[in-house]
Ligand binder design. Sequence first.
Ligand SMILES: Cc1cc2nc3c(=O)[nH]c(=O)nc-3n(C[C@H](O)[C@H](O)[C@H](O)COP(=O)(O)OP(=O)(O)OC[C@H]3O[C@@H](n4cnc5c(N)ncnc54)[C@H](O)[C@@H]3O)c2cc1C
Ligand SMILES: *[C@@H]1O[C@H](CO)[C@@H](O)[C@H](O)[C@H]1NC(C)=O
Ligand SMILES: *[C@@H]1O[C@H](CO)[C@@H](O)[C@H](O)[C@H]1NC(C)=O
Ligand SMILES: *[C@@H]1O[C@H](CO)[C@@H](O)[C@H](O)[C@H]1NC(C)=O
Ligand SMILES: *[C@@H]1O[C@H](CO)[C@@H](O)[C@H](O)[C@H]1NC(C)=O
Ligand SMILES: *[C@@H]1O[C@H](CO)[C@@H](O)[C@H](O)[C@H]1NC(C)=O
Ligand SMILES: *[C@@H]1O[C@H](CO)[C@@H](O)[C@H](O)[C@H]1NC(C)=O
Length: 601
Amino acid sequence: MAVFSFLFMGASLLPVIAHGNNHQGPLVPRTWEGKSYGCKCYFGDECWPTPKRWKALNATVGGNLAVIVPPESACHNFFNGTLGTIPTYDTAKCAEVTANYPSEQWINEQDATLMWKYFTNSSCVPTTDPSSACTPGYYGTYVIRATEKAHIKAGVDFARKNHLRLIVRNTGHDFMGRSTGWGALVINTHRFQDVKFIQSWNGGPGGYTGSAVTVGAGVQGRALLRQAVAQNPPVTVVTGECPTVGIAGGFVQGGGHGPLTTIFGLAADTALSFDVITADGRFVTADEQTNPDLFWALKGGGPGTYGVVVSASFKTFAERHSAGATLYINSTLTTNATVFWEGVRIFHGLANYFVDNGLYVYFSIGPGSLRVRPFVAFNQTSAQLEAVLAPLKADLTAAGVPFYSAPAVQYSSFFDLYLDLFEDESAGPPTLTSGWVFGRADVDNNNDGIVEAMKTAISPRADLVNQGYMVGHLFGAGHNPQPAGISATNPRFRTASDLLLYLIPLPTDATLAQKADMQNVLAHTVDRAMMEAAPNGCAYVNEADPFQENWQDHFWGPSVYPTLKQTKKAWDPEGVFYAISTPGTEQWEVIEYGTRLCKKL
Ligand SMILES: Cc1cc2nc3c(=O)[nH]c(=O)nc-3n(C[C@H](O)[C@H](O)[C@H](O)COP(=O)(O)OP(=O)(O)OC[C@H]3O[C@@H](n4cnc5c(N)ncnc54)[C@H](O)[C@@H]3O)c2cc1C
Ligand SMILES: *[C@@H]1O[C@H](CO)[C@@H](O)[C@H](O)[C@H]1NC(C)=O
Ligand SMILES: *[C@@H]1O[C@H](CO)[C@@H](O)[C@H](O)[C@H]1NC(C)=O
Ligand SMILES: *[C@@H]1O[C@H](CO)[C@@H](O)[C@H](O)[C@H]1NC(C)=O
Ligand SMILES: *[C@@H]1O[C@H](CO)[C@@H](O)[C@H](O)[C@H]1NC(C)=O
Ligand SMILES: *[C@@H]1O[C@H](CO)[C@@H](O)[C@H](O)[C@H]1NC(C)=O
Ligand SMILES: *[C@@H]1O[C@H](CO)[C@@H](O)[C@H](O)[C@H]1NC(C)=O
């Protein structure tokens, strides 16, 4: 705590000039690469709130305002922050941070730390050299550790009035850097952990009266499933495959797919209601009757764009027995690349077939390794799943492709399967991530072309052989027909059967030039190969290249995007909220090497 009060004093030493009554002055004029901008207000700018104002904000949020000091700073002598320099070295804390660094849950519980480090700029990392630099990189300046909706409102009001960059941060999973922002005020929603199950919901979409659950903004997937299966009778919910992704934050606001999507649709399709703090600081409900435009936009229309979700309600479904299986092809079995890729071709060619038979399939592909873990068959027996997998195994055997596959296992509940077969993923090194969704027609007509694009993702360039890897999800969000337009997601998502992520790791100390080069490879070699192989596809809002061209079309398409853009304008006309490549952000740009958020003039 001494650290924070020291910082607070440090702040007052900065040459900051108090600015009149600090109310909605103009954006800060700047020129960058010959163009004129009006920028958000940052430390060092005249408009930056005085220490007195920050202190008043802290009082409003019950003392829950903190300066963002990266936990990694414990391994460094100093944190050279935006508000001054503080001594940070702490042997025990450094050991704790280093040991926990790969742990998803540990990262989720920090103020601002991201799981995927690329968008932090890796400017403060665990080290054995305490004299090395520790600077904020792309992290924010202050965080509100919100515990009540009034704290969220106070943060939104303060950011709006002072033109601060505002970031909403839940678990820090975002692959696309949307839960961090240089010099920002961050609202951390992770402490909103209430869960309430409801036997019969009163009047949801289409007169829904079935069972439901209301979750706080910070609730995570596995924690919710654990409580759901403990209900009487046991129920389940559409969450992500990842145990630690949130539910009411970026997940549902981007659409949200998971192991039950083939059966029950996207998470967005199961949403019943949201409680939201709006850009103008109001607390509103959004459901089918009240604020239906906002309700629809929150169901896949882009994260952190229309308001801050405080809690959300979803349909729940009766738990059922489920069957699961795994399949591996790797170098223990064959090091022959022709044989390996023939195995991938056979597996992937059955994507539509698996989905038509009610399956969800999670897999990863690295150099010489296909790891399918697991095949999920909700409400099926192990015998049913074995029957579904029989053609796959027969085709592999006929082609002389060796594989490991233990017999399918039947679980008494989907949750037992989930615990047994889905694994915690570890936080990664700086990695560029992109993804593409393959249409069913693409799999039918051009599976060979898709497999060629996969080879490109593994080895994108002569000097990048075997550097890439992929993570895939076979599901059919349209398998169980959903009313058209139920969610603000791309209609092409409904006629797809595979969402494939492809990733290229970078060195932690990559230069700006190396980053630009790799981004170029990602966009112009790998993305292009995927898009050309699967022209009926689209991109998933949460798992794609944030810098891609035509994101409006790839994420939403012409029948959805214009309405979302209008909804953004109606609910956030000034641009209090900003997340890259989300509706209505065409005028905004992050300039000066990933730092200042500015409006093009
Ligand atoms: C290992 C891993 C596995 C994944 N698995 C899946 C999966 O199975 N299915 C799937 O669909 N996606 C998956 N994702 C992607 C995931 O859905 C996105 O990263 C999502 O944005 C995470 O949301 P969050 O709220 O947990 O994370 P954060 O990174 O904290 O937030 C993400 C975005 O949501 C905004 N946001 C967060 N909370 C709120 C709120 N209360 N109100 C308004 N905006 C908010 C943030 O501002 C940011 O823009 C996975 C990601 C990872 C890293
Ligand atoms: C906010 O107030 C709390 C409680 O008084 C204090 O511990 C904390 O350091 C303050 N935050 C800042 C940024 O000064
Ligand atoms: C951080 O601040 C300390 C103390 O003022 C200084 O010695 C050090 O050079 C600074 N490091 C960087 C990276 O600016
Ligand atoms: C981000 O990292 C690059 C090196 O890759 C460095 O040149 C730049 O100054 C860093 N920016 C910030 C804000 O830390
Ligand atoms: C290949 O997969 C099998 C089955 O999971 C595993 O036992 C083996 O270690 C794997 N081999 C390699 C090289 O990863
Ligand atoms: C790999 O397998 C293919 C197909 O069976 C075969 O034609 C080829 O000779 C093998 N390559 C090597 C290096 O063994
Ligand atoms: C589960 O299977 C049974 C029998 O096959 C069927 O009647 C029921 O509708 C299925 N439930 C779901 C949710 O798919």
